[in-house]
Design a protein around this ligand. Structure first.
Ligand code: SF4
Ligand code: SF4
Ligand code: SF4
Length: 165
């Protein structure tokens, strides 16, 4: 009798834990989504993560601070602080600076040697071109992340103000 009673109690406790775990997972996913929605989706990696979503996941897990996104600036840092219920703080200078206007990459096509390194570096497929042919940036798709600039062996990529949309 006592054994049966204990079995019932243990099963009830395990069911309770499972219910809490099941409820907890969607809550965490929702938090990541809400954090990610506040980020500018530049995918520039200045926050030290591989993109906006990984940074959002790190914030949700308590593994990153709310002030690591230069493209988002003070507005994003404040929104993140508010969402996470922590004190706001300025964006850390160690994460770099960005222009205070929207910018896109531009390839000086006469200098391009068609090495494709910029295509490989672009996180949003905003560059078109074929091997040994000139490449060009699709300005409407460029987030201004600047990740294509360092790999270019002939320094023919520059940033310029984004065209009006
Ligand atoms: S610094 Fe900001 S915009 Fe850049 S990848 Fe990180 S979260 Fe995204
Ligand atoms: S073209 Fe360059 S600056 Fe624009 S999104 Fe791609 S890598 Fe970033
Ligand atoms: S990395 Fe520079 S040289 Fe190579 S394809 Fe891109 S723009 Fe052209």
């Amino acid at each position: 009798m006592i054994t049966a009673l204990l079995t019932v109690i243990i099963l009830a406790a395990l069911a309770g834990v499972a219910t809490v775990a099941t409820r907890g997972a969607p809550r965490e996913i929702a938090l990541v989504d809400r954090i990610d929605a506040l980020l500018p989706q530049t995918q520039c990696r200045r926050c030290t993560f591989e993109g906006c979503r990984p940074y959002a996941e790190a914030i949700a897990q308590g593994a990153a601070d709310i002030n690591q996104c230069p493209p988002g600036g003070e507005r994003t840092a404040q929104a993140l602080a508010s969402l996470m219920g922590v004190a706001p703080k300025p964006v850390g200078k160690e994460y770099g600076v960005v222009p205070d206007y929207p910018a896109v990459a531009f390839i000086k096509e006469e200098s391009c040697i068609g090495c494709t390194k910029c295509i490989q570096a672009c996180p949003v497929d905003a560059i078109v071109g074929a091997s040994r042919y000139m490449h060009t940036v699709i300005a409407a798709d460029c987030t201004g992340c600047e990740l294509c600039i360092p790999p270019c062996p002939v320094d023919c990529i520059v940033m310029q103000p984004a065209p009006a949309r």
